[in-house]
Design a protein around this ligand. Sequence first.
Ligand code: NIG
Ligand code: FE
Length: 422
Amino acid sequence: PPGAARAEAAQHPERPFAITARRLVTCDPSRASAGDPLGVIEDAAIVVRGGAIDAVGPRREVLRPGAGVPIAIEAAGVVTPGLVDCHTHAPWIGSRDAEYAIRMAGGDYEAIAAAGGGIVASMRAARAATAGDLADTLRARLRRMAALGVTAVEAKSGYGLDEATERKQLEAVAEAGSDARLPRVVPTYLALHALPPEAGGDRAAYAATVARSWLPAIAAAGLARYVDAYIDRSAFSVDEARPVLERARALGLGVRVHVGQFADVGGAELAAALGAASADHLEHVAPEGIAALARAGVAAALLPVASFTLRQEPPPVAALRAAGVPLIVGSDANPGTAPTESLPLALALAVRLYGLTVAEAILGATREAAAALGLRGVCGAVRPGLRADLAVWDLPHENAIVQPWGAPRARAVLRDGEVIAA
Ligand code: NIG
Ligand code: FE
């Protein structure tokens, strides 16, 4: 049982144990083929040692009789890499349910934001919250995400919109991120999410302050690995965002950008020029933008929960696929456009609404997402040398993972070989 495995592993961290699976989805490119893009092994075993994956293969090859490796979990269903959520606004606090109800009755997201709701409403909640409340709320959210099969989460600031509160959000992320019993977190600085009221409408001046002063302090404190900017018709322009993102690069940080959620204002080209790790949303992107992303190797982060609540048409997925742009899928967890914590829900919508294949959806929430978060050598696949971040599903096949269950279907979730949800 998982509890016993945990106790055993805690007492003897270097002592190996095994997990067996009727069906193992490795997401290991060296096992994949055209007919089997996920690199599946039937009747598989994984040996875990010191929190890392030590051996993977058919059970009869990996678990030789007499080798004495105890089996901690015998999975009657499918095992996958732990899911990786490549785009979340997880350190939010409060609820915008009244706004959601207005939108469901026909209200317009951008109009609500222009009237002082939207992101700025969540800004007020974040500014009013104590650091402790923010961290507690985030930890509880990450725990629920883990129960859904998620072992790594990108987490953006962006509800502070002043120096202290943006930092308070990232400090909450760092605090939660230091807890080995929660998913690993990848912090992203998103001061360019909206213009705070005190900026007096001057987007360029706000961005200049972020670039000159706030961002270097965040980088020096080691509080962010990426910098994001919301580039859109009712958010920041390419010219306003560029100095912040260029400064991020100069400071050694990666870049990922919200682009084309409502209109194509050239964000994809900027993402490509800066060598961004991902361009996110992309409901509106022209063929030139797609070609630029493909040339620069920028992943397209698809966020179908947001386009679902906004009643939008899907991004040009077929064109992105044809151009060879890596497709990744995120929950976009946020209190406005994607009030969810569920990456499996996003996968269900990516398949149903965006036409992703099951394999594309799974890879987009494991190996490809890990690569886009700078975690290629850490997690996202089941292969020797990576950390033992695994999801053991109470489901027979990966096809079932992308069904819209609306409930957790992970039986056990491991990070670094330790059960963090069961
Ligand atoms: O990814 N579009 C900008 N950011 C979020 C929404 C944030 C919010 O409404 O609070 C998004 O959809
Ligand atoms: Fe977002």
